[in-house]
Write a protein that binds this ligand. Structure first.
Ligand SMILES: *Cc1c(COP(=O)(O)O)cnc(C)c1O
Length: 440
């Protein structure tokens, strides 16, 4: 597999280089050069396959030349060792639960796959690789658990003191082994500034092998295309004959872009629904043809509070044809809708009252978009991606539903585990001294 930069289609790199570097030097994003459809028999036989078998087939199809099949199959089986159930709400709407991984959010798919792929590519290196991550909460948990005990790789996570939820903090600070948490006396932006400085610090990079686990790494995008196939399979088993659409609660648009990759690989997707909160940059673009980045606004679906979605460059690239208008072409595949917090709260309540299903605020935005979409396209089977377990947003959900909700055992048990973090100021030199002398 070869990849180009969205800023320069001519300079191609290998999968290994794209994964280990994360970003091209020109600040574009890596994209697969050539995405071929899967063979017809795959879609015929798909109902006979487990999720892991589907994932192995799709991943081999996409990146099979880069890694021996047996190693790739093992890597995929280890990454996706949890279930991906599709739960029907009614005949035309179902929910794909992407929260059965260790951190209870869909980001586990990307983080677990990326960790194993980096571990594989790093095998031959003598010196250990140090992954630096700044987190405002969610990504850090998925990355920490994804890389936990990966041989040859150390992870250093910087998080803002007092600004992540208690359970999120426990996800970062209780693992130990190769995961080190730095509790920074500052904001998320301060954490990010330290990480950025470290990557630009030549002397430090001469001494240590540093890398990132950035959300725009192509190794996180590829695995997110896999569960679209799984949803299609489960709908087919249930006897669905309607055209299939996916409603994707979106922030940085990685998940939705991965769905477009699945479509390029031949999955019959009628439309993708871009569901956002009031951070509505992409729905606006689809409406007006103007891309206007904004300062993000805080909402109750806060993992989607993004004012300048990083994967938009990939979407634009996928629909770029010299003679056509990008926004029109994109609009044929993607329908955009946005909703405010009041509407989201009412939707959480409605879904519970109508279907006895507890949905988190992100999924609820997806539900609202599905309802609006189906007014125009009633004869469709819509799959809402439920991107996180409702207990990750327990305060809001309990408040809306006026009832207690259960925290899954694997998260609840963290509450009693001892926290281990190294406290640090926002001063870059303090971080620098620490990492240079730390005994990993
Ligand atoms: C990260 C996240 C999103 C947004 O996903 P993108 O790929 O950035 O669009 C949606 N919901 C939840 C719960 C998330 O954690």
């Amino acid at each position: 597999m070869q990849l180009y930069s969205t800023k320069n289609k001519k300079s191609l790199v290998s999968l290994k280089e794209a994964v280990m570097k994360g970003l091209p030097d020109d600040n574009g994003l890596f994209m697969p050069e050539n995405i071929q459809p899967l063979p017809d028999h795959f879609f015929k036989d798909i109902t006979q396959m487990s999720f892991v078998e589907i994932a192995q087939t799709v991943v081999t199809h996409l990146i099979g030349e880069d890694i021996p099949t047996s190693a790739l199959n093992q890597l995929v089986a280890e990454a996706f060792n949890f279930s991906v159930p599709l739960v029907p709400l009614n005949e035309k709407i179902s929910v794909l639960e992407l929260f059965h991984g260790p951190s209870l959010a869909f980001k586990d798919f990307g983080a677990r796959f990326m960790a194993r792929l980096m571990g594989y590519f790093n095998q031959a290196e003598k010196e250990r690789l140090i992954i630096l991550v700044a987190t405002s909460g969610d990504t850090g948990g998925a990355v920490a658990s994804g890389f936990f005990k990966t041989p040859g790789i150390e992870v250093v996570i910087l998080y803002p003191s007092g600004k992540v939820s208690p359970l999120q903090e426990k996800q970062l600070t209780t693992l130990g082994h190769n995961i080190t948490a730095l509790e920074i006396d500052g904001t998320f932006d301060d954490c990010q500034a330290i990480v950025k400085k470290a990557f630009l610090d030549n002397e430090l990079n001469n001494q240590l092998r540093l890398s990132s686990a950035n959300s725009i790494n192509i190794a996180r995008l590829i695995p997110q295309s896999l569960y679209y196939f799984e949803a299609f399979k489960q709908l087919k088993i249930a006897g669905n004959t309607l055209p299939v659409v996916f409603s994707v609660p979106s922030g940085n648009f990685g998940n939705l872009t991965a769905g477009i990759l699945a479509k390029k690989m031949g999955l019959p997707i009628e439309h993708m629904i871009a569901a956002t909160n009031i951070n509505d940059i992409v729905p606006n673009y689809l409406k007006t043809g103007q891309y206007e980045a904004k300062t993000s606004v805080r909402t109750i679906s806060n993992a989607m509070d993004v004012g300048n979605p990083s994967n938009f460059a990939r979407l634009k690239d996928l629909y770029q044809k010299a003679s056509c208008n990008t926004c029109d072409m994109m609009g044929e595949d993607i329908k955009g809708f946005s909703f405010d917090d009041d509407q989201t709260r009412k939707a959480v309540k409605e879904i519970y009252d109508k279907f006895q299903y507890i949905m988190d605020p992100h999924g609820a935005v997806g539900y609202l978009a599905t309802k609006e979409y189906q007014q125009a396209y009633p004869e469709t089977a819509s799959v809402i991606l439920e991107t996180a377990h409702p207990s990750k947003f327990i305060e809001d959900v309990e408040d809306i539903l006026e009832r207690k909700i259960e925290i899954p055992e694997r998260l609840a048990k963290l509450a009693s585990e001892p926290k281990s973090a190294i406290r640090m100021s926002t001063d870059y030199n303090e971080f620098r001294d620490w990492i240079k002398n730390y005994d990993f």
